[in-house]
Unconditional design. Structure first.
Length: 59
């Protein structure tokens, strides 16, 4: 898998999409899941929770 960077969008193995908001290491991240600010949830995830990268941040 490609390296995961800040603000990448990933597909989690449970089917949810998540935006990476913090990169702690190559394997540990903090991400926002949900469809809008009203239902966003901030969670800690590891590389093992990620199925694939959906969209790379272009910055």
């Amino acid at each position: 898998m490609q390296s995961i960077d800040l603000f990448d969008t990933v597909l989690l193995k449970d089917g949810r999409e998540a935006s990476i908001i913090e990169v702690f290491s190559d394997t540990d991240f903090m991400a926002d899941v949900g469809s809008s600010p009203e239902d966003w949830d901030t969670i800690d995830i590891t590389i093992d929770n990620i199925e694939k990268i959906i969209c790379k941040n272009k910055e």
